[in-house]
Every structure is written in C-alpha cells, then in structure tokens.
Write a protein of this length. Structure first.
Length: 688
C-alpha cells in the first residue's frame, strides 16, 4: 500500500489534470448507469472526508487547498447532475443509486421527497451558505487590514533578535498565505450558493422534461409519468444535495475556525466545556424542571436533564482535579512562569534598545516589505558590513514608527539617546555633487545628513538629467541607510559591551585557546580588554584580528594595565592594517609632520594623574595647533585622499583627542605603525 501511495505521489499533477478532463467529458458524453452509481458514491465519500478533515485541522492554513477543492467538488457534482438528467430523459432510468434515494429514502412518496429536498436546499442556501459567505467576507477584510501591522510586528521581532531571519521569512509567508486563503474563501463561498441555485433549476428541468418525455415520447399516462419521473428527479436531487450540504458544512467550519486555535475542533469543544461544568449542571436542572409543566412529556425531559446534570458534575470534578494537579505542580516548581506583575512590567519598560531607527508615519512603507520596502533587509546588510569591516557584531537595530516625528522624518538613537535626526522628501531623490558636475541642478537645496555635504532634492523625473550633469543620485532608503551606517561607525565603541567581549573571546578560544587562557583572566580582566577594544574601535580600527590584539595585550600586561597604553601597543601590532587604507597605488603614505619643537612641547604638556595621563596644554597654544593641523589637512591631494598626521607614539593618542572634535576626518598615526616597505612623503609640516 505504501509503495502504491509513493507511486501515485509522483503523478499527482497528472491526476488533477485527468480529473478535470473527466469532469468535462461527463458534461458531453453519456455514461452508463453503473458508472453513475460509482460516481455518486464517490461524491458522497469525498464530501464526508472533507468534512472530517475540517474537524481535525488546527489552523485554516493546514487546509489551504480548500477553496480550489471546493470548486472541483462543485464541478463534479454538477457534472453528475447533468449525466443523471441525460439518463432520466433518454431512458427513464438513472441507475440503482438514484432509484434507491427515490424509493427507499423517502418511501416512494414524491411529495415527501420534494419537501425533504426543498428543506435541504433551504438549510444549505439560507442558513449555512449565507452565514459562511458573510464570515469569509469579514475575515478576508480584517485579514487584509491587519497585514501591515503583522508585518511590522515581524520586523520588530527580527530587529530585536527574538526571531531569526528564517523564522521571520516563514512568518511573513504565513501572513501572506492567510490573506490569500481568506480572500479565496470569500469568492469560493459563492460556488456553494450557485450550486444550491443550480440544484433547484435542475430539479425543475427534470420534472418538466420528464413529464414531456414520458407522455409525448414514451406514451405513458400522465399519472404514471408523473410518478416515475418525479421519483427519479427526487432521487437525483437528494443524491446531489447530501454531499452539497456536507461541503457547505465544511465551508462553514473552515471560515469560523479561530486563527489561533490550538487543537482540532473536537478537542477544543471538549476542553472548553470541561472548564464550564457548572453551566452544564444548571442547564440540566432547568431541563429537568420542564417535566413539571403540564402537558409536556416527562420522561424525555427527566432523562436528558439528569444526564446533563451528572455530566456537568463530572466535568466539575475533572476541573477540580486539574486545579489540584496545577497547585501541586506549582508547589514543586514545575509550573510555567506566572504572568508578569505590574512591577515586572515596569521593569521590562526600563529596558533600553542599543540601536533604534525611529521613523515617521510617512516612512512606514519603506519598512513594510509587503509594500515593496527594502529598508529592513538593507539594515541587516549594514550589520553584516560592519561586522566584516570592524570585526564586531553590533546588536539588532529596532525599527519602529513614532507619532512624535514628522511625516518623513527619522531619528537614530543609541542606548535610548538620540544621536542624529534627518528628513527625506517623498517622491524625491538626493543629488550629490562629487566635485566634477558640469552644471547647476534645480531642486530643493539641503545637506546630506551622513557627511554634511551640500546636496539637492530632485524629483524622480529629474534623475536622468542629474546623472547626465555628473551628479550622484541616491534614493531615500539609501540616504537613511548611509546615515545609519555612519552613526554606527561613530558609536560602535559604545555598543561593545562586556557580554559582547566575552562572546568574542569565546569565539577566539575555539581556534586559539592558548592565547586566551594565558591572558584572561590571569593578566587582564574582560572589562580591561573591553576598554582596549573600545579604544581601537573609537578610532575606526578593526578588531577582526583579535588574536593579535590579545597577544599584544598579553606581552605588555605585565608592564602596565592602563587600557589606553595597551591599545597603543595593540595599534603597533595592527600597524599594517591601520596604515594600509591610506596608501596610494604606489604604497606611498602622504603625511603631515610636526616640527620637533612642537612634539617636545606636546610631550612636556602630558601630565600623569591617578586616573591616567592627560594633555594639560595651554588653551591658546592648543587652539593654534589645531588650526594649523586643520589648514594642512584641507590641502587637496591627488585621488581625493586625505593626509595622515604622523607623530611619536608617546603623544599620538593625546593629539588624536585634541583634534577629534574639530578635525575628525584627520587620521593620527604613530611612526611605529608604519610597516617596512612603505614610503612616507611629507606634504606639510606644522611649525611653532
């Protein structure tokens, strides 16, 4: 049997196609009565199987093929009706199945058969079909309205790290499938309504056509023809309406199943009734009291009432046992965690997201992937990019909207504090002049938020003109992502926690356990390593070569445990990686040098305290030095490169702190960081 099922599974697509072809053939080619009997039995069996399946599904999406299956079963039922009608009118005989429904089910009484047929049609058409259609319509409408909110919730869970990208992708697929399912059910419910109307019309055709064929063509008496063809017509109608009613019931069950149903329908009903045993007891007592009323039969009400009363009592006892077991489990500390109290919720509100991208309501479509927004996926790419460049994994970026922002405004927050804010124009793109544009561009002047460059907002239709003039055109999502990337680079040191440092060390230990075991925690603590890594990241130095950094720390940790000095020693180890990005094609480093007198002046101004070394330089001299360095760094170099300030390792970090506020783009390197083979070309000297 299993082998047969495996072979059939290979040809399921052909089976579906053959089924549709057979149904179409049934509408055209006459079928023998024996085959009609088989098809009627199969129709009833399929309808019954579908009803039972709807009772066992836990979620509507588990039976997402139901709308298409509803169409196929309706088409099969109509094809059987056409074939039976052809046999009735041609031969006055439609097989044993139709005759049995006409003779045995209604006792050969035409009037009773017609009444039962009409009752079934009314039940199906007026009660079940109308209700199921209305529920499907409302469910489709609310499902579609709720899609953006569900997508935002999925994106928020993804950005907060609660789910993986694969889980987020699966949940987005489920949301889309749910909307498609209820939308299809809204239309498919019309098939059931049309089927009920078609059954009435076909029955009238069979009655009138049978009388005409029996009297005019077969020479029967009017009464004989009415009796014979009416029974066949009623049998055909009942044989068709019973599976149609089952399919209608299945449709109603599917559309009324709750989206968060946790089990099959029977289990849900039993569990929810079990929780309300007192209600069943009260109902039983009320029903038993009906026996007191004069004129009503006493035995049925007493039997049913007592049955309900004792059933409710048993359910109540089961609920008490379940409560006792729950209390025992709580005493043994195996109960599930309790619902958070107001205090727990208040503590949860204290949690701070390391990184937040807050958008105005006009930018929500950029976040909604269902609407074509790619901002979430591009933010994920930024995290991978930063990890590849700087060697540290930044926390997930939480993206959400906020009513306090203007429509097309966004804000960037680090640990709850806003560090940057920007605004984009809807339907516009940002045009940047790279320095070689050949003309002026009309638009809305602005400043590029990431680097502070002058720019122009232009309409989408002006993109071709801007590119022809030599401008660099950037879309709104790229503007936000670029701004976010630069903010992360500037604050990546603040995002590195001790837990992150421990995870980095654990990863290094898997491939280089010796260096980690030697240094941590015997020579330095995790907190001290964290501050060394933060010092490197604060100047944009990648910590991907963590093994070399830990080795440098271990070599000098016996001399000093000052994180700033240890970071300087680590920089010497990473010198080639630090200086490399500033070299030209000929491995030449263009540098600004300090006059030896100035270097000595800065070195003499360094003061050692209990909290470390500080530069205690006279403010006027410090300001003059910064201005001189700024003038030298503003000198244009070939290829658009910036010069590097070279100095001794003794004063390097102090000079960096001195210039980082005024000239943040000026790299400050020590002579000891220049690797052998690198040619240094001095492009400027700062004199006293």
């Amino acid at each position: 049997m299993n082998e047969l099922m495996k072979k059939m599974s290979k040809y399921t697509d052909m089976i579906a196609a053959v089924f549709v072809v057979i149904v179409i053939v049934m509408l055209i080619v006459p079928l023998p009565p024996f085959l009609i009997d088989l098809l009627i039995a199969a129709n009833i069996s399929v309808a019954l199987a579908i009803v039972i399946m709807t009772l066992y599904v836990k979620r509507a999406l588990e039976f997402s093929v139901f709308p298409s299956l509803l169409l196929l079963t309706t088409l099969l039922r109509l094809a059987i009706n056409v074939s039976v009608t052809r046999l009735i009118l041609l031969h006055g005989d439609a097989g044993h199945m139709v005759a049995a429904f006409g003779d045995f089910v209604v006792g050969g009484n035409v009037v009773v058969g017609l009444i039962i047929f009409l009752v079934l049609v009314v039940i199906q058409f007026v009660v079940i079909t109308n209700g199921a259609g209305r529920v499907a319509e409302v469910a489709a409408r609310f499902t579609l309205d709720a899609m953006p909110g569900k997508q935002m919730a999925i994106d928020a869970d993804l950005n907060s790290g609660q789910i993986t990208e694969e889980q987020a992708r699966q949940r987005r697929t489920d949301v889309a499938r749910e909307a498609d399912f209820y939308g299809s059910m809204d239309g498919a419910s019309k098939f059931v309504k049309g089927d009920a109307i078609a059954a009435i019309v076909i029955t009238l055709i069979n009655l009138v056509g049978g009388l005409i064929v029996g009297v005019a063509q077969q020479g029967m008496a009017f009464g004989e023809a009415a009796q014979h063809f009416s029974l066949l017509t009623v049998g055909d109608g009942l044989a068709a309406q019973i599976p149609a009613l089952l399919i209608s019931v299945a449709t109603g069950i599917m559309v009324t199943r709750s989206a968060d149903a946790g089990d099959d329908l029977g289990t849900d009903i039993a569990s929810q009734f079990s929780a309300q045993g007192k209600a069943v007891q009260v109902a039983g007592a009320v029903v038993a009291c009906f026996a007191i009323l004069p004129g009503l039969p006493k035995i049925p009400f007493i039997v049913v009432g007592l049955g309900l009363f004792f059933l409710g009592r048993q359910l109540g006892q089961n609920a008490d046992v379940a409560a006792a077991q729950a209390a025992q489990a709580e005493a043994n500390e195996i109960m599930p965690p309790p619902q958070p109290s107001s205090t727990d919720q208040a503590r949860a509100a204290l949690a701070i997201d390391p990184l937040e991208l807050v958008v105005g309501f006009g930018l929500v479509p950029l976040v909604d992937q269902q609407a074509g927004g790619t901002l979430v996926s591009r933010v994920s790419n930024v995290r991978r990019q930063i990890a590849g460049e700087l060697g540290t994994v930044i926390p997930p970026v939480r993206i959400h909207d906020e009513v306090g922002l203007r429509s097309h405004e966004y804000a960037l927050r680090v640990r709850g504090a806003e560090v940057a804010r920007g605004q984009v124009l809807a339907g516009h793109q940002l045009a940047l002049d790279p320095g070689d544009a050949v003309g002026q561009l009309s638009g809305v002047p602005t400043t590029e938020p990431a680097f502070g460059l002058p720019a122009v907002w232009i309409g989408d239709e002006s993109q071709g003109e801007a590119e022809a003039l030599g401008y660099t055109v950037v879309d709104t999502e790229s503007v936000i992502v670029t701004h976010l990337t630069e903010v992360i680079r500037r604050h990546v040191a603040d995002l590195l926690t001790r837990q992150d440092t421990k995870q980095l060390l654990d990863g290094l230990k898997e491939v280089n356990a010796a260096v980690v075991d030697e240094v941590v925690p015997d020579l330095v603590s995790i907190g001290e390593i964290q501050r060394v890594l933060q010092a490197l990241l604060r100047e944009g130095v990648s910590i991907r070569d963590l093994g070399a950094i830990i080795e440098a720390i271990g070599d000098r940790a016996r001399v000093t445990r000052d994180p700033n000095l240890l970071a300087e020693y680590a920089r010497q180890t990473l010198g080639r990686a630090i200086v490399g990005p500033h070299l030209d094609e000929e491995s030449r480093l263009r540098a600004i040098a300090l006059d030896p007198a100035i270097e000595q002046e800065v070195a003499d101004a360094i003061t050692a305290t209990a909290d470390g070394e500080y530069l205690a330089m006279e403010p006027s001299r410090a300001q003059a030095l910064v201005q001189a360095l700024q003038q030298q760094s503003d000198q244009p170099l070939p290829g658009g490169r910036r010069p590097v300030l070279l100095c001794s390792s003794r004063i390097r970090r102090h000079l960096r702190r001195l210039v980082e506020q005024t000239v943040p783009q000026l790299p400050v390197c020590a002579y000891t960081e220049v690797a052998p083979g690198v040619t240094v070309e001095t492009v400027g000297v700062v004199h006293p």
